[in-house]
Ligand binder design. Structure first.
Ligand code: 4AD
Ligand code: MG
Length: 435
């Protein structure tokens, strides 16, 4: 039996056995009663161990247990309005599996200390719930694409070339040559769509981000899609549908967990209650100027500050398209509808409301091999490394587009987390790679 079964089935008067860990522990009644709150993956429940109702060994086990000792407890389910959840267990037998030592996690410990003992802090109610919501979210990503007939395609993680610029590559010594950890599956996905048409994945992604912010990890998971025959507008619509679907599913299954995490559920519900607007980069600059008195020079990227100011004017996610081509990766094509002085790319970012920033990035893909070569060279790449990629433009090329969704970025927004580090079990950042 799991703890949630007690509350779901509202069983009362039954004898049950639970296996779990001590969550809270207190001795009362002049040393004659132990109150032990038990936890398992499904929740917590109060158990009461009275000297008069149990054998001597059980009472000793219960009295001596530490927080996080693992135990097997048998007792009768009783209704008790004072207990969390309205039920408690009147214990008949209490067996200790591993008493262990006094647990180092107490209240009010610093963020860095909790990261040092992440392997233990993972057991906290907060992280347990976040990891369960993450599981639902990733499952839902698979559901979303499988339902639409996409094929799951797994890319290589060791790659000979950059996809998102040389600055954030992690180098790996590969049998005495240089390889890099994947920054995105994209270039390989572009090869695979000529066989599989519509593909997606959820995969580990690596960026040597030198920035210490609440939204950058050095190792994160990206859910990406790539499809033949689709143009930018269609990719944008799929991204909007996907985000809405993910939030709906999490709300359906985890409303209580979100409340536990202190998430303002109304804001989350409001965020998906209306269509997400699409604006251009140029329009975003106009809003910043008119409503925020902020002058961003046309051609400059939108950084965290600008994104935050812009999102003050929206309570749903928004999509921003047509960023200046000069600051975009080599594979993003020029929008043919542009005027000559403002050259933009057929690309988009999705920004989350409430200051959570960019959650999705994508584009249509350039089909102009000559232009790609020029731009790779400008980024400092070696054409030889990309010869295979350029082949894709030679043999039966077709219009295609795709995007990448940052799993931890979306999870952070959905759960309302202060820092992205809590959206992944063992965070890796510039200053943290232990345990
Ligand atoms: O915008 P990005 O860099 O796009 C790409 O990598 C494309 N090749 C994807 C594609 O078209 N298939 O990254 C996509 C998303 C971002 O919107 C963000 O959500 C997340 O990945 N992301 C990060 N998440 C956590 N930590 C980081 N350092 C991240 N960098 C990007
Ligand atoms: Mg981006």
């Amino acid at each position: 039996m799991e703890i949630s079964d007690i509350f779901m089935n509202k069983i009362e008067g039954n004898q049950i056995t639970l296996r779990g860990w001590i969550y809270r522990h207190r001795i009362g009644g002049g040393g004659k009663i132990v109150f032990a709150v038990l936890r398992d993956a499904t929740g917590i429940v109060q158990t009461t161990i009275k000297a008069e109702n149990t054998d001597e060994r059980s009472f000793k086990n219960a009295s001596e247990a530490y927080v996080e000792s693992s135990v097997i407890v048998t007792g009768i389910v009783k209704k008790d309005e004072r207990a969390p959840g309205g039920y408690e267990i009147a214990v008949q037998s209490f067996e200790t599996v591993c008493r262990g030592e006094s647990f180092p996690v107490a209240k009010d410990l610093s963020e860095e200390f909790l990261l040092d003992i992440r392997h233990l802090w993972l057991r906290s109610q907060k992280l347990t719930k976040i990891m369960q919501i993450r599981s639902t979210m990733v499952h839902t990503i698979h559901e979303f694409f499988q339902k639409r007939g996409y094929t799951l395609f797994d890319p290589p993680i060791l790659t000979p070339n950059a996809c998102e610029g040389k600055m954030t590559l992690f180098e790996v010594n590969y049998f005495d040559t240089k390889m890099y950890l994947s920054q995105s599956w994209q270039l390989y996905a572009e090869a695979a769509i000529f066989a599989l048409g519509k593909i997606y994945d959820v995969a580990p992604t690596f960026r040597a981000e030198k920035s210490k912010t609440a939204k950058h990890l050095a190792e994160f998971w990206m859910a990406e899609m790539e499809a033949a025959w689709i143009e930018l507008d269609e990719a944008v619509e799929i991204a909007k549908d996907e985000i809405k679907f993910l939030v709906e599913r999490v709300l359906e299954k985890h409303e209580e967990d979100l409340k536990f995490l202190g998430r303002d559920i109304d804001k989350l519900k409001a965020a998906i209650s209306r269509p997400f607007p699409t604006i251009t980069y140029t329009k975003a600059l106009e809003i910043l100027k008119e409503k925020e008195g902020m002058n961003v020079k046309w051609g400059e990227d939108l950084h965290a500050v600008e994104e935050e100011k812009l999102m003050k004017h929206f309570d749903t996610p928004i999509v921003v398209t047509n960023y200046p081509i000069e600051i975009m990766a080599f594979y993003k094509p020029r929008d043919p509808k542009d005027s000559n002085d403002q050259k933009t790319a057929l690309c988009f970012d999705m920004l989350a409301p409430e200051g959570y920033g960019e959650i999705v990035g994508g584009s249509q893909r350039s089909l102009d091999a000559k232009d790609i070569v020029k731009r790779i060279e400008k980024e400092g790449g070696k054409i030889d490394d990309y010869r295979w990629y350029l082949d894709l433009r030679k043999y039966g090329s077709v219009p295609h587009s795709g995007y990448g969704l940052g799993v931890e970025r979306v999870l952070r927004w959905i759960c309302g987390l202060d820092n992205i580090k809590d959206a992944i079990a063992f965070p890796r950042t510039m200053s943290r790679a232990f345990p």
